[in-house]
Design a protein around this ligand. Structure first.
Ligand code: AMP
Length: 196
């Protein structure tokens, strides 16, 4: 059983690669962005709390994000392997995640970071905005989201690198090729077997 984090800036292809990884390996997918969007769409108490923050493109405070993540983990006690997408985005989130996994007798085995330069990310998000009409991808939020990544989230990488848990994959190129490169890392590092 392995648990991993798929890491990268907005528009790096985390969603696309996650879908393919779930289909192949049977991970339980936890995307904090999807969870927050579900809450805002369904107008829950949490949704009301985070709506404006999300609409501004800023990060939701750690306390709220970590509590939601914990709730999601508790809903899946039988999961054979988690794929975290969009979490952690700060070092306190990474530390909380390690603690939660440890409490369950498990661990985050490694992190795969999709490496995509800022200019490419901006071009991709602009394209996605026209295709999906995602509220949080509106022009005025784009700068903020990318800034949040390159000023805050990027600091999570040394946290994992210092513990030899970080693997970087070139995030530019054919989707299939990127997927193969991610798969090679998983296969090489899965001494304990796949989730399914
Ligand atoms: P995403 O779809 O992962 O880009 O997330 C959409 C938005 O949800 C982000 O711009 C943040 O406002 C919020 N969000 C998602 N995940 C996190 C996280 N781990 N920490 C803080 N805010 C988050």
């Amino acid at each position: 059983m392995i648990n991993l984090v798929l890491f990268g800036p907005p528009g790096a292809g985390k969603g696309t690669q996650s879908e393919k990884l779930i289909a192949k390996y049977g991970f339980v997918h936890i995307s904090t962005g999807d969870l927050f969007r579900w809450h805002t769409k369904n107008d829950t108490a949490l949704g009301k709390k985070v709506k404006e923050i999300m609409n501004s493109g800023a990060l939701v405070p750690d306390e709220i994000t970590i509590a939601m993540l914990k709730e999601e983990l508790d809903k899946n006690p039988q999961a054979k392997g988690f794929l975290f997408d969009g979490f952690p985005r700060t070092v306190p989130q990474a530390e909380a995640l390690d603690q939660f996994m440890k409490d369950n007798g498990s661990a985050i085995h490694f992190v795969i970071a999709l490496d995509v330069p800022e200019a490419e990310v901006r071009a991709r998000i602009a394209k996605r905005r026209t295709m999906e009409n995602r509220a949080d991808d509106e022009e005025e939020k784009l700068n903020k989201r990318i800034t949040e990544y390159f000023t805050k989230t990027i600091h999570v990488l040394p946290y994992y690198q210092n513990q030899n848990r970080l693997h970087t994959v070139q995030g530019i190129g054919r989707i299939e090729e990127i997927f193969e490169n991610i798969g090679k890392i998983i296969d090489r590092n899965s001494t304990t077997g796949y989730p399914k």
